[in-house]
Design a protein around this ligand. Structure first.
Ligand SMILES: Cc1cc2nc3c(=O)[nH]c(=O)nc-3n(C[C@H](O)[C@H](O)[C@H](O)COP(=O)(O)OP(=O)(O)OC[C@H]3O[C@@H](n4cnc5c(N)ncnc54)[C@H](O)[C@@H]3O)c2cc1C
Length: 381
């Protein structure tokens, strides 16, 4: 079997890249996934979408992606509902230092055309009436941030890519990438051997392992992040409420359930997807402090998934100096769902040697190799 491009991973990134290449007229694209569509982090994520970031690159990736999500149903010709809800993100500052940082973040965001603003405790209380403002100093709010259904959004890309001729193979684990004289020769998976010159690594938490198969060192690692969902109740909360200092995100989704998560400061670097009693305990305490009424809800389910962390908490999107035809879309550090539209657009432009929609020289793999001073994203839960 032969392919022009082999994409490893059928999460939101792989599906977006496949669609963007196919829509530009590229033929013979094959997507391999060791499991099923959305089986990786995509099907385990909070699916929050925000433009309120601390680095220029993350702001621009999110802003461009939101513009795509707003039209996604029509652009992709999807007959389902992607459940895009744009009721904002309310990001609370829990101390003076954080509040000062948010002032700077909003200045950056506004300079890039993002409609975020700094607000007082009283304004925050008007937006989320059950917010406990005794524990906050201030907040920022961006009304166009929001939430999507990760399964349906990925399905929309998947179906559009299939209609354009992309071939998807599931339960096909990539086992090896054969390279000779710094050129890719073939990809070997569970049941297939595919001759190809081009491989796109969209393997999420396994991006490092796929890099190792091709002899390219990618300095990313997977770490477990847990999340839970409550019973559905009538609508009481529009925006996502988020706090970096208090370590919380909490969103009510359109069918009424609350989805919430926090990170574990002692987490190990591995592929664990487990969920723990400790998370349930810590999560409950955190949410009861900030959104006390939510503490009355019953938890329906909890689970874990991988964040694929990069050294500067920003993604790696681009080719590699050491191996022609090997491309990366990884290291999203917990935010790859919201960046997926821009990931697909930008990587397809790089692959086809077109001018990229925004300058992403700062997202190249060599930023780590060359040990250049890079901008570190602090706005991460
Ligand atoms: C609890 C949690 C909450 C999150 N919340 C958000 C959020 O609110 N907003 C947001 O934007 N992001 C969020 N994220 C991050 C987001 O889920 C990821 O960044 C995003 O889904 C990455 O998509 P991906 O397609 O790159 O990777 P994945 O979805 O992980 O897809 C990678 C695919 O590669 C396949 N694969 C791996 N190895 C191989 C192999 N050897 N051969 C073949 N296939 C292989 C896997 O089976 C998988 O399907 C969250 C993540 C978690 C865990």
């Amino acid at each position: 079997m032969k392919a022009n491009y082999v994409i490893v991973g059928a999460g939101i990134s792989g599906c977006s890249i496949a669609y963007n290449l196919a829509v530009k007229g590229i033929k013979d694209i094959v997507v391999l996934d060791k499991s099923y569509l959305t089986s990786g982090s995509t099907g385990r994520c909070g699916a929050g979408i925000r433009q309120q970031w601390g680095t220029k690159m993350n702001c621009l990736l999110a802003k461009g992606s939101i513009e795509f999500f707003e039209e996604a149903k029509e652009t992709l010709g999807y007959d389902g509902d992607i459940e895009f809800k744009q009721e904002g993100y309310l990001i609370i500052s829990a101390n003076e230092e954080e509040d000062e940082q948010f002032e700077k973040n909003v200045f950056l965001q506004q300079s890039l055309g993002i409609p975020s603003r700094k607000i007082t405790k009283d304004e925050a209380k008007k937006i989320v009436p059950h917010l406990n403002t005794d524990v906050i100093v201030g907040a920022t709010f961006c009304p166009t941030d929001g939430h999507l259904n990760p399964f349906k959004m990925t399905d929309a890309y998947f179906q559009a890519a299939q209609r354009l001729g992309v071939k998807f193979y599931f339960n096909e684990e990539v086992k090896d990438i054969v390279v000779k004289n710094r050129k890719i020769k073939k990809v070997i998976s569970t049941n297939l051997e595919i001759k190809t010159r081009n491989v796109i690594n969209a393997a999420g938490g396994y991006a490092k392992e796929i890099g190792d198969m091709a002899g390219v060192d990618i300095p990313v690692y997977a770490e477990n992040h847990e999340i839970l969902v409550t019973e559905p109740v009538e609508k009481i909360q529009g925006p996502m409420v988020m706090s970096f200092a208090k370590n919380l995100y909490c969103q009510q989704v359109p069918h009424g359930s609350f989805i919430m998560g926090r990170s574990n400061p002692d987490v190990l670097h591995n592929h664990s997807n487990e969920s723990t009693w400790q998370f349930l305990d810590e999560m409950s305490k955190t949410v009861c402090e900030i959104l006390p009424v939510v503490g009355n809800l019953r938890v329906v389910r909890q689970w874990g998934g991988s964040y694929t962390m990069s050294p500067d908490r920003q993604p790696i999107i681009g080719g590699t100096e050491d191996l022609k035809g090997f491309y990366l879309a990884c290291g999203f550090s917990g935010h790859g769902f919201m960046f997926a539209p821009m990931t697909g657009i930008l990587l397809s432009q790089i692959i086809l040697k077109q001018k990229t929609m925004i300058d992403i020289s700062d997202l190249q793999l060599n930023r780590f190799k060359n040990k250049q001073v890079f901008t570190y994203e602090k706005s991460v839960v």
